[in-house]
Design a protein around this ligand. Structure first.
Ligand code: C2E
Ligand code: MG
Ligand code: MG
Length: 730
């Protein structure tokens, strides 16, 4: 049994052995086969890599290979040669970071990682700048593809570097040339050896009125008008390679157009003409532009009259003739009296029409040899050769008369007025500059006389003008440097012996001269229209101060603000400003009174009345200042909702001595009361005056008897002192 078992076991063992031997043999065969296969694959890989490298290097590209798993990088010898680094200097990503521009490195890295993360197998292309060892910067086109493991993780990424620095340079040059070709203002047309148009630029199309499609492919000769010059320029092209001259071209609409054309031939390597380039300049346009520029430089575009620059030449010529012949010459300056107002109220286009109408009237009235020019704005200058002072006076007078007739513009009749001043050669001055200056001075004088007036220059006028000029300049500086201050003169309620209001009076803290009163500069400020910005400041400052007193808890009183008629001329302007200032400081209409002198009521408020009406309807209280001096008609007092009249201090001054003045004061008070108005007496200096005024029924008094104009800080002090003076039971 044991034997039988042993035998059986031996049989099994033998079978097992056999199986083992077969298995071992099979595995040896398989291993050898797989080794061989691996070797073959590796060899194939090497061959294909070599082949790729050869192809790449043949194309002058460098190869790189990045093993993502172990971070190793391979660069082919061409990469090292391209960039000038040896293997020890350029062998891994860190070296790349060193030689690449930082932004390119960062964006290339980010693009590669994004590519790998998305598992993309297509080619990734990037442009990057790399610094060579000798300091040049190359633009490199990098291409790469990535291989992934079965689980999708990236294994390696490999690709090539192509140096495109030069190619890029060439492309840029071409782009540059193309844009010069297209953007130039000269027309360019290029034809080939068979006279066919191959290219045109927009300027050329614009000059002749064709579209690009209509010209490209067409024979050049077809768009030349007659072939007159062609033989000549063909011969020149043969001899010298270029030709230039006028060529007649045919426009799209059939008309002929002469263009100044230069032709150059482009030849191939063996000298045959490949292309002809025609560069064309539209000289007619050039000539027109030159004439236009000349006209603009010498003539006024609105009226077509010669301008100041043109006048200069004419003036010198006229003076030279006058000197030579011993004749006299008159120089007159004209100016519209109310032009600014027309411009402000009716608008600039109406203003322009008025200037044209004035130019026409002057042009019509002058004599043939006279020279008229627009000097600027609404000023015209007239040169009158061979003219005596008497003739000039008559002629200029009649021209001003012409100017002062109403003019119809856009269906409206506008009143225009003008003034003139003139000077004489050789009596007043010998040169153009002084003659013009003197005519201007005389014009100023004419305006001072109230406008619609002619004045001949007189030497004394010069001094007055220069004083005014200096003062105006100083006033301008005063505005900018905030040299103005307000002082406040109390207005007393005679019955209650309390302060009813204060009048804000403008003073000028003039450097080197101390504080000067308004009487010395208000008229000048009005004349030069500086009263507008100054008046605007007064309004703001008075509102600010009124609000400050209110906040300080003083008993209520109004602040009277003097307003010049000029400030009311442009409808809405003053009101807008006043409302803004009141709103800014929290001041109510009850806190203010506007004082407008009677003179302004009569003269200016004609234009400013609507503005005043708007103010009074808005609840503003208005006082007629200096009443009795301006001959205002009672009608306007009645119609305008005036609240106060202020009797001028010249009447109050003589109240005790002059019977006439006393009668006037008494009747003004009676009139005011009759109309239900408050009456204020100005310039009250004595207790007797005050007593008499109270007797006549006057409500309010203002004057040195109580106080001079006070600094703002002294007003509360004055209020206190007045209160303490009030006699008990009075
Ligand atoms: P007004 O509005 O009639 O102001 C009263 C003038 O009388 C002030 O002269 C004042 O100092 C003066 N006065 C007051 N009480 C007496 C007195 O008892 N005796 C004498 N002799 N004079 C007295 P001031 O300050 O020289 O102002 C002159 C004028 O300047 C003002 O006359 C007013 O028309 C004008 N004015 C002042 N401030 C302004 C302003 O802000 N804007 C405008 N447009 N005009 C102003
Ligand atoms: Mg006043
Ligand atoms: Mg007054």
């Amino acid at each position: 049994m044991v034997w039988a078992l042993w035998k059986a076991w031996q049989g099994v063992e033998l079978i097992l052995l056999g199986v083992a031997i077969v298995a071992a043999f099979t595995s040896i065969v398989l291993a050898t086969w797989s080794l061989r296969r691996q070797k073959r694959v590796a060899r194939e890989l090497d061959v294909s890599r070599e082949r790729y490298m050869l192809a790449a290097e043949g194309a002058n590209d460098g190869i790189w290979d990045f093993d993502v798993v172990n971070g190793r990088m391979y660069f082919s010898p061409r990469v090292h040669q391209m960039l000038g680094y040896d293997e020890s200097e350029l062998s891994g990503p860190a070296d790349l970071e060193r030689i690449m521009s930082p932004e390119d490195y960062e964006s290339a890295r980010a693009a590669l990682f994004a590519h790998m993360e998305a598992g993309r197998t297509d080619e990734l292309r990037r442009l990057m700048r790399m610094r060579t060892r000798d300091g040049r910067v190359l633009t490199i086109l990098a291409r790469s593809v990535t291989k992934y493991a079965a689980d999708g993780s990236p294994l390696r990424t490999a690709g090539s570097y192509t140096d495109i620095t030069e190619r890029l340079g060439d492309e840029r040059q071409l782009q540059l040339a193309a844009s010069v070709f297209e953007a130039g203002s000269d027309g360019i047309v290029i034809s080939d050896a068979h006279d066919r148009i191959v290219s045109v630029n927009s300027a050329f199309l614009g000059m002749l009125g064709y579209s690009r499609d209509e010209l490209v492919g067409r024979r050049l000769r077809d768009i030349l008008d007659g072939n007159g010059n062609l033989q000549e320029h063909d011969a020149a092209l043969r001899d010298t390679g270029s030709w230039s001259g006028d060529l007649a071209w045919r426009r799209h609409n059939g008309e002929a157009k002469s263009l100044n054309s230069s032709v150059v031939a482009v030849r191939d390597a063996i000298g045959d003409v490949m292309f002809r380039i025609h560069v064309c300049i539209d000289t007619a346009e050039l000539r027109y532009a030159q004439a236009r520029i000349r006209h603009l430089a010498y003539f006024d575009s609105l009226t077509g009259l010669p301008n100041r620059t043109h006048l200069r030449g004419q003036f010198e010529q006229a003076l030279a003739t006058a000197r030579h012949t011993g004749q006299e010459l008159a120089v007159a300056f004209f100016d519209l009296d109310n032009f600014k107002e027309i411009n402000d109220t009716a608008g600039h286009s109406v203003g322009d029409d008025v200037i044209c109408a004035a130019a026409q009237r002057l042009g019509k009235g002058m004599r043939e040899d006279d020279i008229l020019c627009r000097f600027g704005g609404d000023e015209f200058l007239l040169l009158m050769p061979n003219t005596s002072a008497t003739q000039a006076e008559t002629l200029v007078g009649s021209l001003v008369e012409q100017l002062c007739k109403p003019v119809e513009i856009e269906g409206r009749m506008l009143d225009i007025a003008g003034s003139a001043g003139f000077s004489m050669f050789p009596e007043d001055a010998l040169d153009a500059e002084n003659l013009v200056r003197q005519a201007d001075t005389a014009l100023f004088r004419a305006k001072e006389e109230g406008g619609n007036n002619v004045q001949r220059f007189r030497p004394w006028m010069g001094e007055a003008v220069s004083w005014r000029h200096d003062m105006q300049a100083a006033l301008r500086v005063a505005i900018v440097r905030s040299q103005f201050i307000l002082r406040y003169q109390p207005i007393i309620d005679v019955r209650g012996r309390r302060v009813a209001g204060v009048e804000a009076l403008l003073y000028w803290n003039r450097p080197g001269m101390g504080v000067v009163g308004p009487a010395t500069f208000i008229n000048l400020a009005e004349e030069s229209r500086l009263i507008e910005p100054i008046g605007a400041w007064v309004v703001r400052e008075a509102c600010r101060q009124a609000a400050a007193w209110k906040r300080a808890g003083l008993p209520p009183f109004y602040v009277a603000i003097n307003v010049s008629g000029q400030q009311l001329r442009v409808i809405g302007k003053f009101q807008q400003h006043l409302v803004a200032a009141m709103r800014e400081h929290g001041v109510a209409t009850d806190d203010l009174v506007l004082e407008i002198t009677e003179r302004h009521f009569v003269q200016d408020v004609k234009g400013g009345l609507p503005e005043l009406e708007n103010l009074t309807t808005g609840g503003m209280r208005v006082a007629v200042d200096d009443f009795g001096t301006g001959y205002s008609n009672l009608e306007s007092l009645k119609n305008l909702t005036v609240d106060q009249i202020k009797i001028d201090r010249t009447f109050v001054r003589n109240l005790m001595t002059e019977v006439g003045d006393r009668a006037i004061v008494k009747s003004i008070i009676a009139l005011g009361r009759g109309l239900g108005l408050q009456v204020v007496a100005e310039g009250v200096e004595s207790a007797e005056q005050e007593r008499l005024l109270r007797e006549f029924g006057c409500d309010l008094v203002q004057g040195y008897l109580y106080a001079r104009p006070l600094a703002a800080a002294d007003v509360p002090v004055f209020l206190d002192s007045l209160r303490s003076k009030v006699p008990a039971g009075d």
